[in-house]
Design a protein around this ligand. Structure first.
Ligand SMILES: Cc1ncsc1CCOP(=O)(O)O
Ligand SMILES: C=C1C=NC(C)=NC1=N
Ligand SMILES: [Mg+2]
Length: 225
Protein backbone atom coordinates (compact mmCIF):
# COMPACT_ATOMS: atom_id res chain seq x y z
CA UNK A 1 0.00 0.00 0.00
CA UNK A 2 1.56 3.34 -0.92
CA UNK A 3 2.01 6.13 1.63
CA UNK A 4 -1.03 8.27 0.80
CA UNK A 5 -3.37 5.26 0.51
CA UNK A 6 -2.19 4.01 3.88
CA UNK A 7 -2.72 7.49 5.35
CA UNK A 8 -6.24 7.68 3.94
CA UNK A 9 -7.02 4.25 5.35
CA UNK A 10 -5.69 5.38 8.74
CA UNK A 11 -7.84 8.53 8.73
CA UNK A 12 -10.91 6.46 8.00
CA UNK A 13 -10.06 3.96 10.78
CA UNK A 14 -9.62 6.74 13.37
CA UNK A 15 -13.24 7.93 13.19
CA UNK A 16 -14.64 5.91 16.13
CA UNK A 17 -11.56 4.50 17.88
CA UNK A 18 -12.73 2.29 20.75
CA UNK A 19 -10.26 1.38 23.54
CA UNK A 20 -10.95 -1.16 26.28
CA UNK A 21 -9.31 -3.47 28.81
CA UNK A 22 -10.91 -5.78 31.37
CA UNK A 23 -10.79 -3.03 34.02
CA UNK A 24 -13.01 -0.74 31.90
CA UNK A 25 -16.08 -2.97 31.76
CA UNK A 26 -18.88 -3.20 34.33
CA UNK A 27 -18.38 -6.20 36.64
CA UNK A 28 -19.61 -9.49 35.24
CA UNK A 29 -19.94 -8.31 31.64
CA UNK A 30 -17.65 -10.11 29.16
CA UNK A 31 -15.40 -7.59 27.34
CA UNK A 32 -15.90 -9.47 24.06
CA UNK A 33 -19.64 -8.80 24.28
CA UNK A 34 -19.01 -5.04 24.65
CA UNK A 35 -16.60 -5.08 21.72
CA UNK A 36 -19.07 -6.95 19.50
CA UNK A 37 -21.76 -4.36 20.31
CA UNK A 38 -19.37 -1.45 19.77
CA UNK A 39 -18.44 -2.76 16.32
CA UNK A 40 -22.11 -3.34 15.45
CA UNK A 41 -22.78 0.29 16.44
CA UNK A 42 -20.01 1.65 14.24
CA UNK A 43 -16.62 1.43 15.99
CA UNK A 44 -14.01 1.68 13.20
CA UNK A 45 -10.91 0.49 15.12
CA UNK A 46 -10.21 -1.23 18.45
CA UNK A 47 -7.29 -0.93 20.86
CA UNK A 48 -6.74 -3.54 23.58
CA UNK A 49 -5.42 -1.64 26.61
CA UNK A 50 -4.92 -3.88 29.65
CA UNK A 51 -3.64 -1.60 32.44
CA UNK A 52 -3.67 -0.93 36.15
CA UNK A 53 -3.68 -3.00 39.30
CA UNK A 54 -6.87 -4.92 38.49
CA UNK A 55 -5.62 -5.67 34.98
CA UNK A 56 -5.27 -9.23 33.70
CA UNK A 57 -1.85 -10.84 33.55
CA UNK A 58 -0.24 -13.83 31.86
CA UNK A 59 -2.47 -16.50 30.28
CA UNK A 60 -5.77 -14.79 31.13
CA UNK A 61 -4.55 -11.61 29.45
CA UNK A 62 -3.28 -13.40 26.34
CA UNK A 63 -6.51 -15.40 26.02
CA UNK A 64 -8.68 -12.29 26.21
CA UNK A 65 -6.35 -10.56 23.75
CA UNK A 66 -6.80 -13.44 21.28
CA UNK A 67 -10.60 -13.38 21.65
CA UNK A 68 -10.73 -9.65 20.91
CA UNK A 69 -8.18 -9.92 18.11
CA UNK A 70 -10.16 -12.64 16.33
CA UNK A 71 -13.41 -10.69 16.74
CA UNK A 72 -11.84 -7.65 15.05
CA UNK A 73 -10.50 -9.80 12.20
CA UNK A 74 -13.93 -11.42 11.75
CA UNK A 75 -15.66 -8.01 11.67
CA UNK A 76 -12.98 -6.37 9.52
CA UNK A 77 -11.70 -3.58 11.79
CA UNK A 78 -8.06 -2.95 12.75
CA UNK A 79 -6.88 -4.38 16.10
CA UNK A 80 -4.19 -2.41 17.94
CA UNK A 81 -2.35 -3.34 21.14
CA UNK A 82 -1.48 -0.67 23.70
CA UNK A 83 2.10 -0.54 25.07
CA UNK A 84 3.06 -4.21 24.62
CA UNK A 85 4.93 -4.73 21.32
CA UNK A 86 5.66 -8.40 22.10
CA UNK A 87 1.96 -9.14 22.56
CA UNK A 88 1.15 -7.24 19.35
CA UNK A 89 3.62 -9.36 17.36
CA UNK A 90 2.41 -12.60 19.01
CA UNK A 91 -1.20 -11.78 18.00
CA UNK A 92 -0.21 -10.52 14.55
CA UNK A 93 -2.05 -7.33 15.52
CA UNK A 94 -2.58 -4.59 12.94
CA UNK A 95 -0.59 -2.15 15.06
CA UNK A 96 0.72 -0.81 18.34
CA UNK A 97 0.05 2.35 20.34
CA UNK A 98 2.80 3.69 22.60
CA UNK A 99 3.00 6.62 24.97
CA UNK A 100 5.94 8.86 25.77
CA UNK A 101 7.02 6.56 28.63
CA UNK A 102 6.81 3.31 26.65
CA UNK A 103 9.37 1.75 24.31
CA UNK A 104 10.73 4.49 22.01
CA UNK A 105 8.55 4.91 18.93
CA UNK A 106 11.56 4.64 16.57
CA UNK A 107 12.53 1.29 18.11
CA UNK A 108 8.92 0.10 17.88
CA UNK A 109 8.77 1.09 14.21
CA UNK A 110 11.82 -1.09 13.53
CA UNK A 111 10.22 -4.06 15.28
CA UNK A 112 6.74 -3.83 13.68
CA UNK A 113 7.66 -3.00 10.07
CA UNK A 114 4.66 -1.61 8.17
CA UNK A 115 2.08 -2.29 10.90
CA UNK A 116 0.23 0.75 12.29
CA UNK A 117 2.14 2.81 14.83
CA UNK A 118 0.22 5.24 17.02
CA UNK A 119 1.96 7.59 19.45
CA UNK A 120 0.47 9.68 22.27
CA UNK A 121 1.25 13.39 22.02
CA UNK A 122 0.20 16.02 24.57
CA UNK A 123 1.67 19.04 22.73
CA UNK A 124 3.46 19.88 19.49
CA UNK A 125 7.00 19.00 20.69
CA UNK A 126 5.85 15.44 21.38
CA UNK A 127 3.91 15.45 18.10
CA UNK A 128 6.98 16.48 16.06
CA UNK A 129 9.12 13.82 17.78
CA UNK A 130 6.50 11.16 17.04
CA UNK A 131 6.37 12.19 13.37
CA UNK A 132 10.16 11.94 13.13
CA UNK A 133 9.96 8.47 14.70
CA UNK A 134 7.61 7.33 11.92
CA UNK A 135 4.21 7.38 13.63
CA UNK A 136 1.14 6.73 11.42
CA UNK A 137 -1.17 8.72 13.72
CA UNK A 138 -1.13 10.77 16.93
CA UNK A 139 -3.34 10.24 19.98
CA UNK A 140 -3.77 13.76 21.35
CA UNK A 141 -5.15 14.35 24.83
CA UNK A 142 -6.55 14.35 27.40
CA UNK A 143 -8.85 16.81 25.61
CA UNK A 144 -11.47 16.82 28.38
CA UNK A 145 -11.31 15.67 32.01
CA UNK A 146 -11.17 11.91 32.40
CA UNK A 147 -11.28 9.53 35.36
CA UNK A 148 -10.35 6.51 33.27
CA UNK A 149 -6.60 7.09 33.17
CA UNK A 150 -5.33 7.64 36.72
CA UNK A 151 -2.18 9.53 35.72
CA UNK A 152 -3.72 11.62 32.94
CA UNK A 153 -2.32 15.15 32.49
CA UNK A 154 -4.64 18.14 32.83
CA UNK A 155 -7.25 18.45 30.09
CA UNK A 156 -5.99 20.67 27.25
CA UNK A 157 -9.29 21.33 25.48
CA UNK A 158 -9.64 21.11 21.69
CA UNK A 159 -7.07 23.91 21.39
CA UNK A 160 -4.26 21.32 21.59
CA UNK A 161 -5.47 19.81 18.29
CA UNK A 162 -6.24 23.15 16.61
CA UNK A 163 -2.74 24.39 17.47
CA UNK A 164 -1.07 21.31 15.94
CA UNK A 165 -3.00 21.88 12.70
CA UNK A 166 -2.08 25.60 12.74
CA UNK A 167 1.58 24.57 13.06
CA UNK A 168 1.18 22.55 9.88
CA UNK A 169 0.98 19.06 11.37
CA UNK A 170 -0.87 16.99 8.76
CA UNK A 171 -0.52 13.48 10.23
CA UNK A 172 -3.83 11.74 11.16
CA UNK A 173 -4.91 12.74 14.66
CA UNK A 174 -7.38 11.12 17.05
CA UNK A 175 -8.51 13.08 20.09
CA UNK A 176 -8.80 11.25 23.44
CA UNK A 177 -9.91 11.96 26.98
CA UNK A 178 -13.44 12.47 28.32
CA UNK A 179 -14.97 12.33 24.85
CA UNK A 180 -18.71 11.65 24.45
CA UNK A 181 -21.26 11.93 21.64
CA UNK A 182 -22.05 15.40 23.01
CA UNK A 183 -18.52 16.87 22.66
CA UNK A 184 -17.16 14.75 19.78
CA UNK A 185 -18.10 17.20 17.01
CA UNK A 186 -15.94 19.95 18.55
CA UNK A 187 -12.92 17.61 18.57
CA UNK A 188 -13.36 16.92 14.84
CA UNK A 189 -14.02 20.57 14.02
CA UNK A 190 -10.71 21.45 15.74
CA UNK A 191 -8.96 19.23 13.19
CA UNK A 192 -9.04 15.65 14.50
CA UNK A 193 -9.82 12.82 12.05
CA UNK A 194 -11.80 11.00 14.72
CA UNK A 195 -12.34 10.40 18.42
CA UNK A 196 -11.01 7.75 20.77
CA UNK A 197 -13.13 6.67 23.74
CA UNK A 198 -13.08 4.19 26.59
CA UNK A 199 -15.92 4.82 29.05
CA UNK A 200 -18.37 6.46 26.64
CA UNK A 201 -18.80 3.00 25.11
CA UNK A 202 -17.43 0.48 27.66
CA UNK A 203 -19.56 1.85 30.53
CA UNK A 204 -22.63 2.67 28.46
CA UNK A 205 -25.90 0.93 29.27
CA UNK A 206 -26.21 0.24 25.52
CA UNK A 207 -22.70 0.15 23.98
CA UNK A 208 -24.06 -0.33 20.44
CA UNK A 209 -26.19 2.82 20.73
CA UNK A 210 -23.30 4.74 22.30
CA UNK A 211 -21.03 3.80 19.38
CA UNK A 212 -23.71 4.73 16.88
CA UNK A 213 -24.20 8.19 18.44
CA UNK A 214 -20.45 8.80 18.36
CA UNK A 215 -20.24 7.71 14.72
CA UNK A 216 -23.11 10.00 13.76
CA UNK A 217 -21.56 12.98 15.58
CA UNK A 218 -18.15 12.41 13.94
CA UNK A 219 -19.52 11.82 10.44
CA UNK A 220 -21.67 14.95 10.47
CA UNK A 221 -18.78 17.06 11.83
CA UNK A 222 -16.46 15.69 9.11
CA UNK A 223 -19.08 16.46 6.44
CA UNK A 224 -19.32 20.08 7.64
CA UNK A 225 -15.61 20.72 8.09
C1 LIG B 1 -5.95 6.38 27.64
C2 LIG B 1 -6.12 7.85 27.81
N1 LIG B 1 -5.16 8.74 27.38
C3 LIG B 1 -5.46 10.02 27.60
S1 LIG B 1 -6.99 10.13 28.39
C4 LIG B 1 -7.23 8.44 28.40
C5 LIG B 1 -8.44 7.78 28.96
C6 LIG B 1 -9.64 7.97 28.06
O1 LIG B 1 -10.75 7.34 28.66
P1 LIG B 1 -12.22 7.99 28.56
O2 LIG B 1 -12.61 7.97 27.10
O3 LIG B 1 -13.07 7.07 29.40
O4 LIG B 1 -12.12 9.38 29.12
C1 LIG C 1 -2.84 6.99 25.82
C2 LIG C 1 -3.40 6.86 24.59
C3 LIG C 1 -3.60 7.99 23.74
N1 LIG C 1 -4.18 7.83 22.55
C4 LIG C 1 -4.59 6.61 22.12
C5 LIG C 1 -5.24 6.50 20.78
N2 LIG C 1 -4.43 5.51 22.88
C6 LIG C 1 -3.84 5.56 24.10
N3 LIG C 1 -3.70 4.50 24.79
MG1 LIG D 1 1.42 3.52 27.23
Amino acid sequence: MNATRKEDAVRQALRVYFIMGSSNVPAGIPPELILAEAIRGGATLFQYREKGTGGLRGKARTELAWKLRLLCRERGIPFIVNDDVDLALELDADGVHVGQEDEAASAVRTRIGSKLLGVSAYHEAEAEAAIRAGADYLGVGPIFATRTKEDAKSASGVQAIRRMRELGIRLPIVGIGGITAENAAGVVRAGADGVSVISAISSAEYPREAARRLATAVESALANR
